[in-house]
Design a protein around this ligand. Structure first.
Ligand code: ATP
Ligand code: MG
Length: 383
């Protein structure tokens, strides 16, 4: 899968222009606030998703303009395709290969990408919720039925929690817990099993990418940490269901005391370990960034297995905090993928063996002469 060209008109600060990337590595460099992330965000919208920065549709249109337009030519499913997105009156609508699709979310499944943005560092730095969301988002993309399973689990969990709060005042309600726990165990086992399988599949890819990034000097291990299953991979969903039902029953007294459910997939986590130690507690900035990058590239690899072709990889502001060797891996050793990398410093352009480099200045794309490396210690400033 790759982007052949992107035309934009009044998309944020990208006024009017066309971008023609190559099928390999594409660098977008320039000072702060020039439009690099905006360009990645524009490509991302063709996945059918919302802005990866959490922006609302109306915010994507250039100030003082009524609408924004994006057109992309891309190759996917073995053929050349085109799509168009129009953002107007705070709505995104789309057409695919000349056919009106209505809401742009209906583009989903035709063009696929994986994005790394600095906010994703929270995957390592913050609590388990972000890690659970990472797996859930990937599984929802793989199988839409997973989203409804999550919805049913969440609904049942809310019911059990409400009951837990009422029981101290209405002890007769204790008997009704059985019904909700039955359901919770069934849905919860389905979720945990799929998540465990996803992490088991992801783990070798993540370890491989991390090894490449760290030149084999460090290792990354990724494990699913269940709140109710401590053994190796379960052989069936029934095993997990029985274990969860048992844990719910065992924890009833504690759950009633605190007013919420203390076991289940909503309390699970993913353990990330660099050289055998918690990445959250011990990894350096560069190691944490490398960990998230490895996870994202692994996510892309799993997606490739599902789709039968490689999704596009968007790496926003990935270079900072990485040493030259780690940067070099991204620039020259991710073979066979179309990758977009944004950075401030022009020096990576000089180290890019193959690929394209475009400078972005005030929303304009400038394919100018190779940059002169700045003096050591220079940081990027506003233009
Ligand atoms: P950095 O290196 O700091 O990440 P960047 O090149 O990635 O910078 P972008 O996030 O792409 O910068 O934003 C570039 C500019 O786009 C910002 O100055 C911002 O004010 C501007 N901008 C954002 N939304 C709009 C909009 N709707 N209309 C016009 N300009 C906008
Ligand atoms: Mg940016």
């Amino acid at each position: 899968m790759n982007v052949r060209s992107l035309r934009f008109s009044h998309y944020r600060n990208l006024c009017q222009g066309e971008y023609r990337p190559c099928p390999g590595v594409n660098l977008l460099y320039g000072n702060n606030a020039q439009g690099k992330t905006n360009l990645l965000e524009a490509i991302w919208l063709f996945t059918g998703g919302k802005s990866f920065r959490g922006a609302r549709d109306g915010e994507l249109v250039a100030f003082e303009q009524p609408s924004a337009q994006l057109e992309m030519d891309f190759t996917a499913a073995g053929r050349d395709q085109s799509a168009e997105i129009i953002i107007k009156n705070s709505k995104r609508t789309a057409a695919l290969n000349g056919v009106d699709k209505g809401a742009a979310s209906r583009l989903v499944g035709n063009f696929c990408a994986v994005v790394f943005s600095p906010e994703h560092l929270s995957l390592v730095k913050d609590g388990p919720m972000g890690r659970r969301q990472f797996i859930d988002a990937a599984l929802c993309q793989q199988t839409p039925a997973y989203a409804s399973l999550l919805g049913r689990y969440q609904h049942t969990l809310t019911q059990r929690n409400a009951l837990l709060k009422d029981i101290p005042r209405h002890s007769e309600l204790l008997d009704t817990l059985d019904i909700w726990e039955d359901k919770l165990a069934r849905y919860g086992a389905g979720i945990a099993l799929r998540r465990m399988k996803y992490i088991a599949d992801l783990s070798p890819f993540a370890a491989g990418f991390y090894q490449g990034i760290a030149e084999g000097k460090e290792t990354l291990e990724v494990h699913y940490q269940s709140s109710f299953w401590e053994q190796e991979q379960p052989t069936s969903q029934e095993q997990l269901q029985t274990a969860l039902q048992h844990s719910l029953l065992q924890n009833r007294r504690e759950d009633i005391a605190c007013g919420f459910t203390t076991v289940g997939p909503h309390r699970d986590d993913v353990a990330l370990q660099v050289d055998g130690r918690s990445a959250r507690m011990y990894a350096s900035q560069g190691q944490q960034r490398s960990t998230v990058l490895a996870l994202k590239l692994a996510e892309a690899s799993i997606l490739m297995e599902t789709l039968g072709e490689r999704p596009v990889v968007l790496l926003d502001d990935v270079m900072s905090e990485l040493d030259t060797a780690r940067q070099d891996y991204l620039l020259n050793h991710i073979q066979g993928w179309q990758v977009f990398i944004t950075c401030c410093e022009p020096t990576p352009v000089l180290r890019l063996a193959e690929g394209t480099a475009v400078r972005i200045q005030q929303g304009e794309l400038l394919a100018d002469a190779p940059p002169v490396p700045p003096a050591a210690g220079t940081t990027c400033e506003n233009e």
